[in-house]
Design a protein around this ligand. Structure first.
Ligand SMILES: Cc1cc2nc3c(=O)[nH]c(=O)nc-3n(C[C@H](O)[C@H](O)[C@H](O)COP(=O)(O)OP(=O)(O)OC[C@H]3O[C@@H](n4cnc5c(N)ncnc54)[C@H](O)[C@@H]3O)c2cc1C
Length: 420
């Protein structure tokens, strides 16, 4: 077992907080978390977590409190661009039966708060407003230096600092650069009491397929009093160039114009759902805009005493809904590997790579495929897409394949059962 007594965790997102909790509890490693923001912050919005991630959140002790806050969704309902229901299906049935965990849609702030509570209970310190500016190593320790001139040393440094990871760019793999996926999202929340009474009956994950992208509407609280909605669509790289300023201009334009854009896109959407969706858009005051990027596959995840976890290592498009769950799996596997007596740290990182890469790549590719379905389509492709959705749901329902686990094998994966 590598002699690891202290770890520096860079980043207080889901990966960093989970790593600090798990390594402290299961490995007796003293962890200190460094977060760049001055206070707990999230990207906003709500995320979906399937059974493989929920099981690990339960082991961390945050599932029970989240269950009382989040929406536990059973069905997915797809609509055509005209607002006609294409079908409804329980895509998590088999995985839920097998694992006891279904699918949760949770506000990011709720997830963060529950994880922060667990971190505090463990007595783990989080230092906010800390920007790491360099990483150095010698034979016995790794040293992180921060922009305020302070330093900290440890036996292990974990880069849990997301897609733009400083641990990666300063040390592990400076050449690995995020690439824009061509897809962006606008999203917001709405209280059901502010809109039509039909809103309070929304219990499912509902999505309308338009030729310009997918508009989704779903509850994200246990009572269903708050709905999360998003529009996932193609947005080209700004004409000027791919700079932060150009993207800021683009963000402003998308946020200011979201109502006009979406009401035009939803013009043909009729029926109860189409009408509701248009009212949701009209009533929403503001949205957030997020261009979706990913890291290229096949890059380095470790160097010396440093390991990247979660998005810092393998940020992918969110269209497989697995980013948070994969980050949890990374953490649990690392904790197990660090308990193997015969392993050096280099063995741990090697085995981590060997076990995690195939699984990560599988979801990465699935997210790419799912992302393609959000891209702009012509009338024939749209007609075909709607037909394909209708047919797929019809086949699944009439054969009960979803109840036999079709497409759900990866959701029952338990990283704690993997042979190491
Ligand atoms: C639009 C969108 C929708 C998504 N939907 C889903 C979904 O439905 N389900 C799902 O599972 N996943 C979803 N994801 C992906 C999910 O958000 C990520 O996979 C997950 O947050 C990864 O966690 P992380 O801790 O690795 O990184 P992050 O959540 O990015 O956390 C990184 C942390 O590090 C901090 N940090 C950054 N740089 C530094 C630095 N230099 N020094 C110190 N701290 C730093 C950040 O402030 C942050 O606190 C979505 C992503 C996007 C963009």
């Amino acid at each position: 077992m590598p002699d690891i007594r202290k770890a520096l965790v860079i980043g207080a997102g889901p990966a960093g907080l989970a790593a600090a909790i798990q390594l402290k509890r299961k490995n007796g490693i003293s962890c200190t978390v460094y977060e760049i923001h001055q206070e707990p912050t999230t990207l906003g919005g709500a995320i979906g977590i399937p059974s493989n991630g929920l099981r690990l959140l339960d082991r961390l002790g945050v599932y029970e409190p989240l269950f009382g806050l989040a929406a536990n969704t059973v069905n997915t309902v797809a609509y055509s661009s005209k607002g006609i229901e294409l079908g409804e299906i329980d895509l998590w049935y088999w995985a839920r039966e097998k694992t006891g965990y279904g699918f949760m849609r949770v506000m990011r702030t709720d997830l963060q708060n529950m994880m922060l509570d667990a971190v505090l209970k463990e007595g783990i310190q989080i230092h906010y407003g800390k920007k790491m500016v360099s990483v150095e190593e010698n034979d016995s320790e790794v040293i992180a230096t921060f922009s305020d001139g302070t330093k900290d040393t440890a036996d292990l440094l974990l880069g849990c600092d997301g897609i733009h990871s400083s641990v990666r760019t300063l040390y592990v793999d400076p050449q690995a650069e995020p690439e824009y996926s061509g897809l962006s999202a606008v999203f917001s929340f709405i209280h059901t009491s502010d809109i039509l009474p039909t809103a309070s009956t929304i219990r499912d994950m509902c999505g309308i397929l338009t030729p310009d992208g997918v508009v989704g509407l779903m509850p994200c609280t246990a009572s269903g009093d708050t709905l999360f909605w998003l529009f996932s669509y193609e947005v080209p790289v700004p004409a000027v160039d791919n700079t932060q300023d150009a993207w800021e201009e683009r963000r402003k334009a998308e946020v200011e114009g979201f109502k006009i854009t979406l009401l035009r896109i939803l013009h043909d959407a009729q029926g109860e759902f189409g009408t509701l969706l248009k009212q949701v858009v009209r009533t929403t005051e503001t949205v957030q805009f997020y261009p979706v990027s990913r890291l290229p596959l096949g890059r380095k995840w470790s160097k010396g005493r440093c390991l990247l976890l979660g998005d810092a290592a393998h940020a992918m498009q969110p269209h497989a809904g697995q980013g948070t769950s994969l980050a949890m799996e990374d953490v649990f596997l690392l904790s197990r590997l660090l308990q193997v007596h015969s392993y050096t740290l280099s063995d741990v990182f090697g085995k981590f790579d060997e076990i995690r890469r195939p699984r990560v790549e599988k979801f990465y590719k699935l997210a790419l495929i799912n992302g393609e379905r959000r891209k702009r389509t012509g009338p024939w492709a749209q007609w075909f897409k709607e037909l394909a959705f209708w047919a797929a749901i019809w086949v699944l329902r009439s054969t009960n394949l979803h109840k036999w686990g079709f497409g759900q094998g990866d959701l029952v994966y338990d990283v704690d059962d993997v042979v190491i």
